[in-house]
Design a protein around this ligand. Structure first.
Ligand code: RIB
Ligand code: CA
Length: 314
C-alpha cells in the first residue's frame, strides 16, 4: 500500500523536487499540498507550488495556502538563496498556472483530508512548521489520524541562517517546539544529513540527459540554486535538502537513523531556533525523535532522476 502523504512546503527549489518525487513514486500517495511562508512570501510559495504541479502535469492534488507569518515575530525569507520569485532560474511565464489554488485554505484542506482518509496520514513539512503547529493546536482530535511527521529542519550540529539555527526552525521556533512536544512521532532530517545530498554537475548532467521540457526546467532550477549556494556559502554544489524526507519514506534504508531527544532553543540571544539534539542521552530526556544521519547519496539521486524521467514522459 502506498504511504499517504500531505506535503507542507515553501517552494523553494528543493521543495519543488520534493513535490516531483512525492507525485512520481508509486510508494507514495500524495493526497494534498499545503504552503507556508518561508523561502518567500506565502503568495509566492503558493504560486510556485501551483507552477511546479502545472509544468509537471501533476493533477488531482489540491493545493491550499496556510500561514503567511510565524506564530511569533516577523516573517523572514530566503530570497538570497531562492530568488525574488522563490523559484528563480526557469522562466515560468506570467500567466496563471493551470493548477488552481484550493479555496479552503491549508487548515481546512488538511482537516478534510485526514478525516476522509481511511488510514493515518504522514505529514511531510519541508518549510517552517507554522501550519503543522496550527493544525495540532486547532484540531487535537485529529492527532490519531496523523501517522507520523517526517520533516526537513534543524541540525545535529551547526545552523545555516545563524551559526546555531537552520532556516525552517528559525523561521518559527515556537511552532517547531509545539511539533516536537506534540507526542506525534517525528523523524527529523537536518542539515547534518541534507548537506550530504549535493546536486553535483554529474547529477545535473544525468537530469539534462533525459532531454524533456521538465528535465530542462529542473536543470535551470539546479543551476540557479548552485549559483546562490556558491555565492552565499561557497558550496561547490547545492544541497537538495527537502526531498530527503520523501526519499526516506520510499526507501527507509537510504538514511541511517538514531533516536534522540530534540529540543528547540527559544530564548537564547545567539542560539534562538537551534535544535539541541541529545545524541548521547546526557540529559536523560526521552529519545523520542528519529534523527537522520548517514545518507546513501547514490540511491537518493537515483530516485530524483527517476522521478524527473517519469513525470517528463520519457
Ligand atoms: O535550511 C534549508 C531549508 O530551508 C529547506 O527546506 C529550504 O527549502 C528552506 O526552506
Ligand atoms: Ca523548504
Amino acid at each position: 500500500m502506498p504511504i499517504p502523504v500531505i506535503l507542507d512546503c515553501d517552494p523553494g527549489h528543493d521543495d519543488a523536487f520534493t513535490i516531483l518525487l512525492a507525485a512520481a513514486h508509486p510508494a507514495v500517495e500524495l493526497l494534498a499540498i499545503t504552503t507556508v511562508a518561508g523561502n518567500q512570501t506565502l503568495e509566492k510559495t503558493t504560486l510556485n507550488a501551483r507552477r511546479v504541479c502545472s509544468v509537471a502535469g501533476i493533477s488531482g492534488v489540491p493545493i491550499a495556502a496556510g500561514r503567511a507569518r510565524p506564530l511569533h515575530g516577523p516573517p523572514r525569507t530566503a530570497e538570497n538563496i531562492h530568488g525574488e520569485s522563490g523559484l528563480d532560474g526557469p522562466g515560468f511565464g506570467s500567466g496563471e498556472p493551470a493548477v488552481p489554488e484550493d479555496p479552503r485554505g491549508a487548515l481546512a484542506l488538511v482537516r478534510d483530508t485526514l478525516l476522509a482518509h481511511p488510514v493515518p496520514v504522514t505529514l511531510v513539512p519541508t518549510g517552517p512548521l507554522t501550519n503543522i503547529a496550527v493544525l495540532l493546536l486547532a484540531h487535537p482530535e485529529l492527532t490519531s489520524r496523523i501517522d507520523r511527521i517526517v520533516l526537513m529542519g534543524g541540525s545535529t550540529d551547526r545552523g545555516n541562517t545563524t551559526p546555531a539555527a537552520e532556516f525552517n526552525i528559525l523561521c518559527d521556533p515556537e511552532a517547531a517546539d509545539i511539533v516536537l512536544r506534540s507526542g506525534v512521532p517525528v523523524t527529523m532530517f537536518g542539515l547534518n544529513a541534507t548537506h550530504q545530498v549535493r546536486a553535483t554537475p554529474e547529477v545535473v548532467d544525468r537530469i539534462a540527459a533525459l532531454g524533456t521540457p521538465l528535465s530542462g526546467l529542473c536543470v535551470d532550477l539546479l543551476t540557479y540554486f548552485a549559483s546562490t549556494y556558491r555565492e552565499v556559502y561557497g558550496f561547490d554544489a547545492p544541497p537538495l535538502h527537502d526531498p530527503l524526507t520523501v526519499a526516506h519514506l520510499i526507501d527507509p534504508s537510504l538514511v541511517s537513523l538514531v533516536r534522540a531527544a530534540v529540543t528547540v532553543e527559544l530564548t537564547g540571544t545567539h542560539t534562538r531556533g537551534a535544535t539541541v539534539v541529545d545524541l548521547h542521552g546526557v540529559t536523560g530526556a526521552p529519545a523520542d525523535v528519529e534523527v537522520g544521519m548517514e545518507v546513501d547519496t547514490e540511491g537518493f539521486w537515483d530516485l530524483i532522476v527517476e522521478a524527473v524521467r517519469v513525470l517528463g514522459g520519457r
